[in-house]
Ligand binder design. Structure first.
Ligand code: TYD
Length: 239
């Protein structure tokens, strides 16, 4: 039974099969849910851009826009976030870390993202599975493929329709994060770690150019916003 229903896996799994969202396309004949994710190193300006994009979408026909963040977005996921970012847990094993991010994600998908998409809403998430691919898969070195496989269990087949990657040098992002608040457990990682993150996002975007769009986040806020809007409009026009 499983053998018959499972889509064929190419040797490039998961790059070719799992990178595309098929979820929204199944909902023919009703308002289509749209799932957008914002990714990038710490301090890349994701939150600012998400709020501006939400406003744009609400002014252009999407009256229901759900904004969420990872790790977090539900009571349970926020509790898991508290564990993940607590600097007292310096001994956390990389595997534990990957599983906790996936667990927080599972609850967010089930409780927020899936119901919203089913209801035809637009969902924008501040980080999603690609954060795990880059931070745990690449920077921690657990392997991108393994991380996508692990997260498949949490995601219930839901993939972003479009992912915006805000690209900026690691040190610029870290300087911004430092000026904002005390560093959390992830931000407190080494400079080398954050450089792997910044480069990891570039490599990931190159692997999935049909889904992940890179924007230079050293530009000013309005210029970045205009580029984000252009990409989202392109996606909407193609649907
Ligand atoms: P975020 O909320 O973006 O941090 P902040 O609000 O302080 O900018 O993300 C928290 C941290 O968790 C961030 O350093 C990235 C990291 N992270 C992972 O390592 N893996 C993941 O899957 C996710 C979602 C986040």
């Amino acid at each position: 039974f499983l053998m018959i229903r499972r889509p064929p896996r190419s040797t490039l799994f998961p790059y070719t099969t799992l990178f595309r969202s098929s979820y929204a396309k199944e909902k023919v004949g009703q308002m289509k849910g749209i799932f957008l994710t914002m990714e990038g190193p710490d301090g890349s300006g994701k939150t600012t851009q998400i709020l501006k994009l939400k406003e744009h979408l609400m002014q252009h026909g999407y009256d229901k826009v759900v904004v969420t963040r990872e790790p977090g977005g539900t009571v349970i996921s926020e509790a898991v976030r508290g564990i993940l970012l607590n600097r007292e847990y310096a001994e956390m094993d990389d595997h534990t870390e990957a599983l906790l991010y996936a667990a927080a994600r599972a609850q967010l998908v089930a409780q927020v993202i899936k119901p919203a998409l089913d209801a035809g809403k637009a969902v924008i998430s501040d980080r999603f599975v690609d954060s795990s691919a880059v931070y745990q898969g690449m920077a921690r070195g657990l392997g991108v493929e393994k991380i996508y496989e692990l997260n498949g269990f949490a995601m219930q087949g839901i993939w972003p329709d479009l992912t915006i990657h805000l690209d900026l040098p690691a040190e610029v992002g870290l300087a911004r994060a430092k000026s904002r608040a005390e560093l959390d457990r992830m931000e407190a990682q080494s400079t080398a770690f954050h450089e792997k993150v910044a480069q990891g996002y570039r490599d990931l975007a190159a692997l999935a150019p049909e889904r992940i769009v890179t924007i230079d986040a050293t530009q000013d806020i309005e210029t970045i916003h205009a580029e984000v809007v252009k990409q989202v409009e392109k996606l909407l026009a193609a649907r």
